[in-house]
Design a binder for this molecule. Sequence first.
Ligand code: SAM
Ligand code: SF4
Length: 480
Amino acid sequence: MQKKVYIESYGCQMNVNDSEVVAGILAKDGYTPVQSAEEADLVLLNTCSIREKAEYTVLQRINEMNNLKARNKDLKVGVLGCMAERMREDLLEKKKVVDLVVGPDAYRTLPELLEKVGTGQKAVNVLLSREETYGEIVPVRLDTNGVTAFVTIMRGCDNMCAFCVVPFTRGRERSRDPESIVAECRDLWARGYKEVTLLGQNVDSYTWREENGLRAAGHGPRADGALPAARGPQPEASATVDFADLLEMVALAVPGMRIRYSTSHPKDMTDKVLAVMARYDNICKYIHLPVQSGSSDVLKRMNRGYTREWYLDRIAAIRRHMPDCAISTDIIAGFCGETEEDHQQTLSMMGMVGYDMAFMFMYSERPKTLAARKYADDVPTEEKSRRLQEIIALQKELSAQRMAGYVGQVHEVLIEGVSKRSAEHLYGRNTQNAVVIVPRMHAATELMPGTFIRARITSSTSGSLQGDVLDMINEPLVVA
Ligand code: SAM
Ligand code: SF4
């Protein structure tokens, strides 16, 4: 009998993709994904520890599992991801409903762990690895629109930003074999996907070296049977593949596919990457470049490895290479020791860059981090909240300005699905990652997700654009 698994993901895009890797591993063990916890034999919560609030949400959800178990005595419940890593046995001991705890590098052991759980025992594996990249695992796409997909290119993080728990929960940084990345993108294209987002905590430090097992192209058949890309950097051209090389390899391997990536780190973002982005039409003109703070003093305490001036120089470099590139960011309000002047510098930085979009957070102290050990969490909650509200209000104005600037322009839009607000409309994104709403019908033809169209932008809000469809593009995108 088919076993049914329901996987619920919290937190970042990497967690969403990790859940798909887990579904891939479990598929081999006879599990089929289902859409609700009620139908499942196994519920897995893939968790996030980035802020205290994120953990609180999951702890509440774990409690709700008691009701489900009361109705289905055979149900098994597992906790995966960052909270599994951080809280380990604590979860098994304090939350009786939990049968299984598995950290981000131990998903391959799920079949054995589930066997143990099947005999009525509890199971845990939170070992971190220096090598695991799940390179050859074929993810099972969950909740997919069939148009856009995530591809993880590296795992872990070596940066030790003072506020961040990720290095403790996801371990050391390691890069995935470029050939397996290219093969996964080709496979997605063959299955009708039109956009991939390459994921890593700091994609700019992606590095694959010959000693990692790099196979020279042209020396025997490839594992996926595909031909090497016709031009651009081949693995044998250099002993090391960096992020710019990888981007180019993917751009050439799937020329009709849109390529995005996240996340860039300002200290590591090179002009070589920007030049590759500018060269290929199928690499989207959008960069997520978290600033965290506009004050060099705060950035120093955050251990971010750059100053305000360095960050602004990187913004200038982006504008030089791609004047039409959209830029988004992450901002933390009220980090340890942040003064009103530091806060004003964050606001002025936002104004100088003119971000298209931002994720904005109140600082939340995380156990074990450098900040928790070294600095007092001394900005009162009301003050953090006030600063955050000011940051949010300013960003809303900036987003509205950026979006208004697109009105009247013609943009290429990849249709992703039906608009949440109106069944008569579809939504898609332009290269700058802005949501564009268009009518569902075009000249008596119903537009389908996965179609590239040209749209004239007619109006805007701070969160989306509205447009009229001019035509459909059959040959999606042309490589420069
Ligand atoms: N690796 C990415 C980077 O370096 O920007 C982002 C990683 S993290 C998952 C996403 C964002 O969460 C961070 O950029 C930061 O703004 C925010 N964040 C991380 N730790 C936080 C904390 N302790 N309190 C508040 N926000 C935090
Ligand atoms: Fe966390 Fe910094 Fe690594 Fe991003 S780069 S995951 S913020 S430690």
